[in-house]
Write a protein that binds this ligand. Structure first.
Ligand code: NAD
Length: 288
């Protein structure tokens, strides 16, 4: 690292709270080193209160950009100059690019989801998808999958703070994309079972399966799954979630955690900042 940093090194940030656990600094700094790029990526603890000053510092310090995570993904929008169309539809930003003081917001979580499936040779375009969850990750996945050509989507959510967002996502997909979306109550178990039977992929973007819910899953009965269903959990800690265990019990061939999505959302941001492809196979060896 010290060999790389000099008077010309360009800074890229990660602004979130809490953030010290993040794998992103390891991912990006190893990729810069591997490609001999003179950038450094650092994590900064930034809350909603300190966000305006932190965003202004991107311009002041002529940083190339930043990643943005919880709790700042929505709050950052009014502080930017421009939004990429997908970020505008999703209503959240996880990547900022600074072009001569003009800050543009992007969201790469949905791109990461789609690309991670492509990496595994799974093409969900033209198929029906079930998506549990309509928070930040669920919204990004829904919009990107619909823009990329998923033809039908059944969005399930429980009646909590995200229910209105789930309604909004369904309306958005039906109005702005060619994907036919329907809204479903997660509490309606018979409906969930029937929709799974009729779908190509089941994706969980609720966080059920990670702390403090690591012993839980929305689908407990392996008989609800078929061998040729694709099962995708956005959680990556633990590496094998309860949902993945149920799918494996059912003999499902294609079962994924969120690590590939995490890697590919980072690779998409890396490309926006540097114009270069992240060496993902090399980074996969370091991180996984
Ligand atoms: P969020 O708080 O914005 O949304 C949470 C969603 O889960 C909402 O739809 C909510 O209704 C639902 N939910 C919460 N508790 C639930 C429960 N007990 N039962 C059923 N539904 C419940 O969170 P987010 O930012 O969208 O993150 C969701 C998950 O996605 C997290 O596990 C996060 O780690 C993961 N994620 C992964 C990646 C990746 O790259 N792999 C990227 C972003 C998020």
């Amino acid at each position: 690292m010290t060999e790389r940093i000099d008077g010309h090194t360009i800074l890229i940030g990660l602004m979130a709270y809490p953030i010290r656990h993040s794998m992103s600094p390891t991912m990006h700094n190893n990729a810069f080193a591997k490609l001999g790029l003179n950038y450094a990526y650092l994590a900064f603890e930034v809350t909603n209160d300190t966000l305006p000053a932190a965003i202004q510092s991107i311009r002041t310090l002529d940083m190339r950009g930043s990643n943005i995570s919880m709790p700042n993904k929505q709050k950052v929008i009014p502080l930017l100059d421009k939004l990429d169309p997908a970020a505008e539809m999703i209503g959240a930003v996880n990547t900022i690019v600074n072009d001569d003081g003009i800050l543009t917001g992007y969201t790469t979580d949905g791109i990461g989801f789609m690309k991670s499936l492509d990496d595994e040779g799974i093409n969900i375009r033209g198929h029906k998808m079930i998506l549990a969850g309509a928070g930040g990750a669920g919204t990004a996945i829904a919009v990107q999958a619909a823009l990329d050509g998923v033809t039908e989507m059944s969005i399930f959510n429980q009646h909590d703070d995200s229910w209105e967002n789930a309604k909004r996502n369904v309306a958005l997909l039906n109005e702005k994309t060619n994907c036919k979306a329907t809204l479903h109550e997660l509490e309606n178990r018979d409906d969930l079972k029937a929709e799974i039977a009729d779908s190509f992929i089941y994706t969980d973007a609720t966080g059920v399966g990670m702390k403090p819910l690591e012993d839980e899953t929305l689908v407990t009965d392996p008989s609800w799954f078929r061998k040729d269903l694709v099962v995708f959990d956005t959680v990556y800690a633990p590496r094998t979630t309860k949902l993945m265990k149920v799918a494996e019990q059912a003999g499902v061939e294609h079962v994924f955690n969120g690590l590939g999505m995490m890697l590919e959302q980072g690779a998409a941001a890396f490309k926006l900042w540097t114009g270069k492809e992240m060496p993902v196979d090399y980074i996969r060896q370091i991180l996984f």
